[in-house]
Every structure is written in C-alpha cells, then in structure tokens.
Design a protein around this ligand. Structure first.
Ligand SMILES: *Cc1c(COP(=O)(O)O)cnc(C)c1O
Length: 376
C-alpha cells in the first residue's frame, strides 16, 4: 500500500520501518507471549523496554552524567504548568520567559499560575517572525529559570543558537525539534518534549533534568508529576505511558540506525533548505520568517490569497500530499519535515508547488487584486 506523504505538525509521520516493527511485535513482544499493551510496568519485559529506550536516548544525546531521563505522561502543555511547580520552590518564585510565538506564550501563561513571570524578550512586535537576539534580552539574574521554546511549531521560528543565562538554569520546550539535530544537553537545566512530533506517539513527555533541580518543587506538586520523586524511583510512582515509551524506543533505535543526530540533522537541513529555496525563488509563495531564524522542521508559507491556499490544500490532498494546513492561530500553510519525512517527500511537494505556481501565477495576481477589492 502506498502511504500518503504526511506533513502534519503532530501527531506526525512515523517511519514505515517503525510502524512495521510495532505491527510485527504487536501480539507477541520478543517471544514473551504478550503484547506491550498488556504488560505490567513492573514486569522485567517492560523494564527492558524502558531501559533500552533510555540507553539509546542517552547514547544519541551523549547525555551528561548530571542529567536524568524521565518518561512521564501529560504532554508538553501539561508540563508548562508542571515544570513551574517543580522549579519555583527553590531559588525564587519568579522566572524569565522568552516569547517567540504561540507555544512560548502558552508556557508563560501556565507558568504564571505558580509564580511571577517576567518576559525577558519578545518577538511579538515583529509578528513572531524572528527570534529576538540576546542583546535585546533583559534577564533577571535571580530567576528560578529562564524558559524558551527551541522551535515554535505554529509560526515556524527556531533557535539556531543558545543564549547565555549565567547561573540561571535554561529550560527549553523542544517538543517539535527534539532529536532533529544534536543538542548540547549540558547547557540546559531542563529539556522537555512531547514525543508525538518527532520522536514517537502521543502520551509520552520526555524530560531531561539536571540533578541539582530535582529538589525545588512547590509543596502542592502532584506526586506523579514531581520530577524529583519520579527520578528517585525510576519513574515508577505511577503507571508510565508504556506503549508510547515502547514506540519512542523504536524511534531512538531507528535514529541510531540512520547514523545518529549529526546525520539526521544534515538530512533535515537539506530538506528544509530545498523547500525554502523553492518558496523564495517562486515569486508566488512567501515565507514571512527571517532567514536566520527559520525552522528546519516546520516550514510556514503563504500563497497570494486564501482562496488559492484552500485550492492548494485540496489539490495537494488529491495527490497524496496531506496535512499541509497551517496552525489555526497562524493561518496559511505549513509543511512539517520531521525525521520520518523522506527527501523524496519534499521533492514531491516541491514539484507540486512548482506546477501549481505556474498554473496560477497570473490567476493568482488577479485573485489577489480581486480579494483586496472585495475587502475594500
Ligand atoms: C505541540 C506542542 C506543544 C503541545 O503539546 P501537547 O502534547 O498538546 O501538550 C507544546 N509545545 C510545542 C513546541 C509543541 O509543538
């Protein structure tokens, strides 16, 4: 069966090989006679699955000794609040947030339920089309942490550098670019990522936390989401998202087989460079994001009119190019190029874009004039 090319932002495309392996092992995991879906999380079988996943992830990231891996439930949106509960009970009940788009704004708003939020920098004045350079940041040297979103999934801006926050722990939501490139984990106090964008399926949040931050939780932090408690008993305070951990483990092993994060990053860079070049050179499609801050995983672009965007989506779907719609809050179009998207998938999208542009170029200009005339 030929699968459509799935450009969804998440839950997103998984490699065919990973799906195939999950299918083959579905009824009988490695001769155990049981499915991963029906294994107690305390069983030696599940413990092997979790331990192998953690070992492969540690290997991929060259995890420093001081960092721990947690596989928790919740999703990144839940951890916007939970990380604040876990970190605000230590140094000070105040934190810095850098706003670069939808998700960092939501993170700040959730964090603000548990302490004072200070906006250290914001890209809002530019419509979140660029990352504010560090020269514009106003950091609080006493903050409990400084939070950023490494890749804004909805508006397609990404950090391609790391800020210096001095002694203040750097905290990053990496949900949509986790494992898309190498990460210098030692620069972060806390990294968290929902697995369903680039590293598996929904239900799992991967947390990488430095051991000195395991003891800073507010009193009211729920036990099952207390990072220190979970780290102290190997994530067994409650039932882990067992199947999602298993799928993430298959992804980690798949990434290792591709040659690791350097190779993955090179492939991802090639895919997105090609697509951005096609957009920039078209004179028809348009990407509003500043060149240096463009996301390698979520390529956002516009057509001359909304009517053309709708036509593009419908025609794309008929050709097996699916889920190219932008985030509801951002509008426009978006191609998510996660690890599982093959280079040929991007080539197929570019071919279609090229054809569509030629066919609609003149029409598009008339359409734009017509649309603005209707609005006026
Ligand atoms: C998708 C996404 C989230 C929200 O993830 P949930 O699993 O819905 O909680 C948070 N941050 C970023 C950067 C995302 O891309």
């Amino acid at each position: 069966m030929r699968r459509p090319l799935n450009f969804a932002s998440g839950p997103a495309m998984l490699p065919g090989e990973v799906l195939q392996q999950a299918r083959e092992e579905m009824l009988d995991w490695r001769g155990s006679g049981v499915s991963v879906l029906e294994m107690p999380f305390t069983s030696p079988e599940y413990q092997t699955i979790a331990a192998e996943a953690a070992a492969d992830l540690g290997q991929l990231l060259a995890l420093p000794d001081r960092h721990r891996i947690l596989f928790l439930q919740g999703g990144a949106y839940a951890h916007f609040a939970l990380l604040a509960m876990n970190l605000m009970g230590g140094r000070r009940r105040a934190a810095d947030y850098v706003l670069t788009g939808l998700w960092s704004a939501r993170a700040a708003s959730e964090g603000g339920r548990y302490g004072a939020i200070h906006i250290a920098a914001s890209g809002e004045a530019d419509g979140f089309t660029r990352i504010p350079p560090q020269a514009e940041w106003r950091l609080d040297p006493q903050a409990a942490y400084c939070h950023l979103v490494s890749n804004e999934t909805a508006n397609g801006v990404q950090f391609h550098w790391l800020p210096d926050t001095g002694l203040v722990p750097l905290v990053a939501d990496m949900t949509s670019d986790f494992l898309s490139r190498p990460i210098d984990v030692s620069r972060f106090g806390l990294i968290y990522a929902g697995a369903q964008k680039n590293a598996g399926c929904a239900g799992l949040t991967v947390i990488l936390i430095r051991d000195d931050l395991l003891d800073s939780a507010l009193e009211q932090t729920p036990a099952v989401f207390n990072y220190g408690l979970q780290a102290g008993c190997d994530g067994r305070v409650n039932t882990p998202p067992t199947f999602a951990v298993y799928v993430a483990g298959l992804m980690f092993a798949w990434i290792r087989r591709q040659g690791g994060l350097e190779v993955i990053a090179r492939n991802n860079r090639r895919k997105s460079e090609k697509l951005y070049a096609a957009i920039d050179e078209s004179g028809f499609y348009r990407c509003p994001v500043a060149g240096a801050d463009r996301s390698l995983t979520n390529v956002c672009f516009r057509l001359p009119t909304q009517a053309l965007e709708a036509e593009f989506l419908a025609e794309g779907r008929r050709r097996g190019l699916v889920h190219l719609e932008g985030h509801a809050a951002a509008g426009g179009l978006r191609a998510s190029l996660y690890n599982a998207m093959p280079a040929e998938g991007v080539d197929a999208l570019i071919d279609f874009m090229h054809e569509f542009a030629i066919r609609h170029h003149a029409l598009g200009k008339c359409g734009a004039a017509r649309e603005s005339a209707t609005r006026a």
